[in-house]
Design a protein around this ligand. Structure first.
Ligand SMILES: CC(C)(COP(=O)(O)OP(=O)(O)OC[C@H]1O[C@@H](n2cnc3c(N)ncnc32)[C@H](O)[C@@H]1OP(=O)(O)O)[C@@H](O)C(=O)NCCC(=O)NCCS
Length: 196
């Protein structure tokens, strides 16, 4: 078998898998545009009544990536040409929105929810969830092993370096690294500061 043939076969498999996931999502009231490629082990779970997942065309979801919705009505909205890296996870119990052309590296966690923990006399597992929506604007690059916490907005075209934990907003075109993530500089030509 030639290399080209093998590549075509692999792509055909990805197209078929993408089409099956499209159908599955539609049956559950979600939506995924055409041109999606989902690699082996990728999973999209609409785990709550009232949950909704909307994905624009040409989505790329690498091996073992997961999109998950939690009660009461988690909503995930993903723009076109978004890349979700290997083993990465997007989880919403309120709302996670990811703009067009966003690249998300491997093993990254985007979660809009904490466990409630304010009553020390009660187990955390029965204290409910605390959620605030996450917004990742168009053209952002989130590297590998990043964690994005509830309520955060990452401005258009920003970069989040490997291993960062993002607990506060990142302005547009900023490059942010570390735990917690701090802006180290802005992309070439970009003015300092931003409107995030
Ligand atoms: C953020 C990143 C893009 C910056 O790259 P760069 O512009 O070449 O930056 P530099 O290497 O010049 O680093 C600038 C400073 O930030 C520090 N830095 C860079 N990346 C860092 C990171 N992820 N965490 C902590 N500090 C970091 C550097 O040590 C350096 O510090 P110094 O000025 O004190 O020496 C890059 O470091 C990175 O994290 N890449 C992600 C790789 C990845 O996950 N790829 C997966 C594919 S999606």
């Amino acid at each position: 078998m030639t290399r080209l043939f093998r590549l075509l076969l692999l792509d055909l498999l990805l197209v078929v898998r993408g089409a099956l996931w499209r159908l599955l999502l539609r049956l559950q009231g979600g939506r995924m545009g055409p041109g999606a490629r989902l690699y082996g082990g990728a999973r999209i779970v609409m785990g709550a009544s009232g949950a909704r997942i909307e994905i624009a065309p040409n989505f790329r979801m690498l091996r073992f990536a997961i999109i998950n919705t939690l009660p009461p009505a988690g909503r995930v909205v993903i723009g076109k040409w978004v890349h979700l890296g290997e083993g990465s996870m997007v989880t919403a119990s309120e709302r996670v929105e990811i703009g067009d052309d966003v690249v998300i590296g491997p093993q990254t966690l985007i979660v809009d929810t904490d466990h409630g923990y304010h009553d020390p006399a009660q187990p955390i597992r029965i204290q409910g969830l605390v959620s605030r929506p996450i917004l990742i604007e168009q053209g952002v690059w989130i590297a590998g092993h990043v964690t994005i916490l509830k309520g955060v907005r990452i401005g258009r075209g920003a970069i989040v370096g490997a291993g960062a934990v993002v607990s506060r907003d990142i302005p547009p075109l900023a490059i942010a690294v570390g735990v917690p993530a701090r802006v180290i500089r802005y992309r070439l030509g970009a003015p300092r500061g931003g409107d995030a």
